[in-house]
Design a binder for this molecule. Sequence first.
Ligand SMILES: Cc1cc2nc3c(=O)[nH]c(=O)nc-3n(C[C@H](O)[C@H](O)[C@H](O)COP(=O)(O)OP(=O)(O)OC[C@H]3O[C@@H](n4cnc5c(N)ncnc54)[C@H](O)[C@@H]3O)c2cc1C
Ligand code: FES
Length: 302
Amino acid sequence: MFPYPFVPGKPKIFRSRVKHIVKTDGFVRFTLFPLGFDGFEPGQFLRIHGWDGVMPSYIGALPEPGQSLPLSDSFLRSPYPMLGRSLSISWSHLDSSEGNSLRGFDLIVRAVGVATDQMKQYEETKELLVIGPLGKRGFQWNGRDRALLVAGGVGIAPLLPLAQALRCSAITTQAFLGARTEREFPPGAREDLESLGVEIHLSTEDGSVGQQGLVTDLLDGALTFGQNAEVCACGPAAMLQALCRLCEEKAISIQVSLESMTACGIGACLGCAILPASKDPNHLLKVCVDGPVFQGKELKWP
Ligand SMILES: Cc1cc2nc3c(=O)[nH]c(=O)nc-3n(C[C@H](O)[C@H](O)[C@H](O)COP(=O)(O)OP(=O)(O)OC[C@H]3O[C@@H](n4cnc5c(N)ncnc54)[C@H](O)[C@@H]3O)c2cc1C
Ligand code: FES
């Protein structure tokens, strides 16, 4: 268990304005300061709903900016807009003068489609409806000596607060970041890790920065059989599958955060269901409520 604020808080509904927006080629990064947000386990996520997509009749039922509502009743019964998008809670803004209290956090978005492209148009006045923290299971720490964080592209998002939590717990951390090309590293992520003193290794497929090739090759060279380390990873499914195989061969524990497509985000639709390693075909795992972080050995890969 990590110290506060990296512990799971109660999910609530917030209205929050976008701040400190940064846009690069394929990414947008911004900060939210939702008042009353209790804390979160690195790996947990939010559902984001832009006001533009919300029917006006909901608005009267929603909190004023800065207020929050506990999700005590099932909000499935309420007319809340269901089809938001899932985004990992990323770099946290901590107030060290107040015992590391959580002031806000960043979201890092890779624009790939309808909703995320729209997020690239956000300006600082944009107001969002936010639900979170969601997900039953974030990254867990089980007392190993060393953490190896492995990210593919925007997969760095949930690993940034994990690096902060590991730093609070004085655990030695190395990061292995991969992308197709240098422009595909999300804005600010390397600088954030550097500010924590994390040792960073880079790979790009085109060799524009770091070692040329895949991030799995980069990690392979750094792992020794049976090492007392935990690999924590997030990125494309093919990368996570290759990492799980590598860690199994080297008898090293691995946790992966899955960023599958989600429809409802709250366990109601089976849109994010995946197969577990156990052979029972009746037992599916739902990324949004059973995860999004899983032990590598829990998962069945194609
Ligand atoms: C727990 C969790 C955390 C996430 N955290 C982040 C994050 O921090 N930053 C971020 O940018 N994204 C994150 N995602 C993914 C994000 O929710 C989706 O990329 C997003 O829903 C895409 O919405 P869209 O409307 O822009 O794309 P759509 O218009 O719905 O899709 C556009 C195209 O991209 C493909 N696509 C969309 N989403 C995915 C996906 N997840 N995996 C593979 N292909 C996809 C679709 O098949 C389609 O071809 C997370 C997902 C989960 C489940
Ligand atoms: S997205 Fe609906 S069950 Fe997970």
